[in-house]
Ligand binder design. Structure first.
Ligand SMILES: O=C[C@H](O)COP(=O)(O)O
Length: 314
């Protein structure tokens, strides 16, 4: 298990940061793939499935991140986030909606009083290619408009070329610009090439003050694969054991079905532990998983699937 020596290194040079992150135990890629594959075949009892579906719904960050997003679309998505099935008030609300910064005001107005959070992808999403001042302005604007959560992307170019200090310091600066808003740090694992890098980027984000580590923007493939989520869950588990601080995990991108969602919940339970089975510590970032969760929930309750047109589009 990694020690806490980095605590004193955070004020030091890129060299000591690099020495710490490259001194982490390596990831056994074959073992991680095998464990993720093994856990993904676990079935859960029908009696537990309804509770799992409700938990998954309550963990969704319902997302729209398209250039063609409109205020109308964000209002409709926000209504669905607060009342996923208007005909069934027992369906829980989702955790948050996730939108571009210019849509925060619309989402905040639509969600006032519902308890649904508003997350925004600041910091030049999805590339992360902008001067730090622009990233900070982006973050401050989203927070000023009422965002309760900021999903920032790391500078993968800096990370991959070894400028870990730049990535670290940008996260610290964005965290400060967040004020009381929670910070999720997107690693864009599909661009990090190895699971060792996923582990290093996870620790880098955690030691810079991330509240959550998030796999992907949803704009790069592969996105939220199970082995990647497994490595990130191990990182938050070990970080908690070393520091007493619990960091959340958010797989995002390509999560489309109830099966995908439940595989993730099994992974959370088996790797990080039951404490993470909570929207405060685990989210599913997805633009289109909610309808399948609602359909499977209805099937469990009534024995039949609702027609494909029963629910509004995700
Ligand atoms: O953060 C969430 C992702 O952008 C959503 O990706 P998705 O459209 O593949 O569900």
């Amino acid at each position: 298990m990694p020690d806490t020596a980095y605590a004193s290194d955070t004020a030091a040079s890129n060299t000591s940061l690099r020495a710490y992150l490259y001194g982490l135990p390596g990831v056994d890629e074959v073992g991680a793939q095998a464990r993720a594959a093994d856990l993904s075949t676990r079935s859960i009892k029908t009696t537990a499935k309804r509770a799992a579906i409700d938990l998954a719904i309550s963990m969704v960050d319902l997302t729209t991140l398209e250039g063609a997003d409109t205020r109308g679309k964000v209002r409709a998505m926000s209504a669905k986030a607060a009342h996923p099935d208007p005909a069934d008030p027992s369906v829980p609300r989702v955790a948050a909606v996730c939108v571009y910064p210019d849509m925060v005001e619309t989402a905040v107005a639509a969600l006032r009083g519902t308890g649904v959070g508003v997350a925004s992808v600041a910091t030049a999403f999805p590339s992360g290619r902008a001067p730090l001042e622009a990233k900070l302005a982006d973050t401050r604007a989203a927070v000023a408009a009422g965002a309760t959560e900021i999903d920032m992307v790391i500078d993968r170019g800096a990370f991959l070329s070894g400028d870990l200090r730049k990535v670290h310091d940008e996260i610290i600066a964005v965290k400060e610009a967040c004020g009381t808003a929670h910070l999720k740090v997107i690693l864009e694992t599909g661009e990090l090439a190895t699971l060792d890098n996923v582990r290093r980027a996870s620790y880098l984000a955690m030691l810079a003050g991330a509240d959550f580590i998030k796999t992907s923007t949803g704009k790069v493939a592969p996105a939220a694969t199970l082995p990647v989520t497994l490595v990130m869950l191990e990182a938050v588990r070990d970080h908690h054991a070393a520091t007493g601080r619990r960091i959340g995990v958010k797989p995002a991108g390509g999560i489309r079905t109830t099966k995908d969602a439940i595989k993730n919940l099994v992974l959370v339970n088996e790797v990080a532990g039951a404490a993470w089975l909570d929207p405060a510590l685990f989210r599913l970032g997805a633009s289109s998983v909610l309808n399948d969760l609602l359909m499977q929930r209805t099937r469990l309750t009534t024995g039949t699937y609702p027609g494909p047109d029963y629910y509004t589009l995700d």
